[in-house]
Write a protein of this length. Sequence first.
Length: 81
Amino acid sequence: MATFTSSLPDSLLDKLSVLAKELKLPKNRLIENALELYLEQIEKASYIKSYKQAATDDDILKVAEEGMQEYFTAINDTETN
């Protein structure tokens, strides 16, 4: 595991210390958990943005429709066999 050193505003460090004591967690573990959650939220936001952009792209919509038609055809073929 790598070591990372950073500066935090005093008010944020105070909040971190209080919460770490309440949760009985080391401050570094609390920061690690918070950062993981934050990065997951950024990744989700990125996916949402790309899906919204795709929803307005005619070429992507046509490809999706073609793919769905092939999927429905495969399901129907499976059901009739």
